[in-house]
Write a new protein. Structure first.
Length: 94
């Protein structure tokens, strides 16, 4: 997954944490399924501009059943609403 490819979210703020480090970075996040014969929903993310000494370039992929994907979507909606209510920020982003 490349930053200049189509992704669900381009360049969001992210933090990579390890035993002896914590680094802020940009990330791309993508929700997808195979075009032909999909058998799972894939949630992918990749942090950008990480140094080799802490986190070599790689992409994480989580494979979800449709029910698991809906459960995450429901939780995201719930937490988004809480944050909007707490911050007064109900602005939608595309």
């Amino acid at each position: 997954m490349k930053v200049n490819a189509y992704t669900t979210l381009d360049l969001v703020d992210a933090v990579a944490k390890g035993h002896d480090f914590e680094m802020e970075a940009f990330a791309v996040v993508n929700a997808t399924a195979d075009k032909k014969n999909p058998d799972c929903v894939q949630l992918q993310f990749e942090l950008d501009n990480m140094t080799e000494e802490h986190l070599p370039a790689h992409m994480e992929t989580i494979q979800l059943t449709p029910a698991q994907a809906r459960e995450i979507a429901t939780d995201l909606e719930k937490h988004a609403k809480r944050v909007e209510e707490a911050t007064g920020d109900d602005e939608e982003t595309a």
